[in-house]
Design a protein around this ligand. Structure first.
Ligand code: PEP
Ligand code: MN
Length: 334
């Protein structure tokens, strides 16, 4: 069980930490929109609640009420992404994230980034390491592609999100990424979550295909417990009865996390639907529902894409989506 201490406004978290150490316990300080909290535990022996309440600066002691105290502390705040001042989450403007499923060549990545920027995207997506259902499918170019992605993002003034598929890749990915993507299949790969959390970059946490909302949130808590400065949740479709679509887009689940709980949430209609024709309407629905943004796959030449071509928007479709969402300005499109 964890214990959460809410501090008075103006309390010195470092002084509270030091006082706790005097009681023989350590704490992690997190700052939410409304309060600074100190998260304790889990601890092996019962903590003297009265002694905690008496510490200078402590306003309230909440004993293990929530299984994800660090998430709760960060609710209603946006996640800072990269050095440019971009933020994703409550209180920040909604963002469009676009780019190819996989980085295939330096030229393809650069063209995709130019088209994303023209559509008003603020973040470039693209994978150097791809999780593929078949071991014989194209699974990404690897380390070289990380350099192409970073260069293209910089050239076009975009932040970068790219996936770390295994613990082995985390250091390399975190060096170039502004947001480290955890894939749907890896949502509960706890050693990977720990490694990404320790990388000091925020994470884009895709929802597992068969994960409940509680499991998704706890995966976010794993990242924060390991030290991640922030987590952006990404709804990308879950398992349903339907076979004409790749997955079932759970907008309601995303809305629960975003609108009821104040967590930063974006939607990925590309992987949710798996069909190009459905992407723009779903993106507009997510935007209208109040999510913090959408992430879509787009490709300069979708018919020849090495992965997920059937769900990639063409440059014209991406531009139209930018207009529909209001991210593309006349000037950007010129
Ligand atoms: C992706 O974003 O390229 C991807 C593989 O997504 P997911 O993990 O949601 O399947
Ligand atoms: Mn893909």
């Amino acid at each position: 069980m964890t214990t959460v201490l809410h501090l008075h406004a103006g309390a010195d978290p470092a002084a509270v930490k030091a006082a706790l150490q005097g009681l023989g316990v350590d704490g992690v300080v997190a700052r939410g929109a409304g309060a600074t909290v100190v998260v304790l535990g889990p601890v092996s022996r019962p903590l003297p609640a009265a002694a905690l309440a008496d510490l200078p600066g402590v306003a309230a002691v909440l004993g293990g009420a929530s299984p994800h105290p660090r998430l709760d502390a960060l609710a209603w705040t946006a996640v800072a992404v990269g050095p440019s001042g971009l933020a994703i989450g409550p209180g920040a403007p909604r963002v469009l994230i676009a780019g190819p499923c996989a980085a295939e060549s330096r030229a393809q990545v650069d063209e995709a980034a130019a088209q994303a920027a023209a559509a008003g995207a603020k973040v470039l997506r693209g994978g150097a390491y791809k999780p593929r259902t078949s071991p014989y499918a194209f699974d990404g170019v690897g380390p070289d592609a990380l350099g192409w992605l970073r260069d293209a993002a910089d050239r076009h003034g975009l932040a970068l999100v790219t996936e770390a598929l295994s613990e082995r890749d985390v250091a390399r990915v975190a060096e170039v990424a502004d947001l480290v993507q955890i894939g749907s299949r890896q949502m509960q790969a706890f050693a990977l979550l720990r490694a990404v959390g320790q990388s000091a970059k925020p994470a884009l946490l895709k929802r597992g295909r068969a994960a409940t909302l509680a499991e998704w949130r706890l995966a976010g808590e794993h990242l924060l417990a390991a030290g991640a400065p922030g987590v952006v949740f990404c709804e990308r479709g879950i398992l349903g009865a339907e076979t004409e679509l790749r997955n079932t887009f759970d907008l309601a689940g995303a809305v629960v996390l975003r609108c009821s709980m104040g967590l930063p949430v974006v939607a990925d209609p590309s992987h949710a639907a798996g069909r190009r024709d459905v992407i723009a309407p779903l993106a507009r629905a997510a935007w209208a529902a109040g999510l913090d943004g959408v992430i879509v796959e787009s490709h300069p030449d979708a018919r020849h894409a090495l992965s997920d071509g059937v769900q990639a928007l063409s440059p014209a479709e991406l531009a139209a989506l930018g207009r529909a969402l209001g991210t593309a300005t006349q000037e950007e499109e010129r």
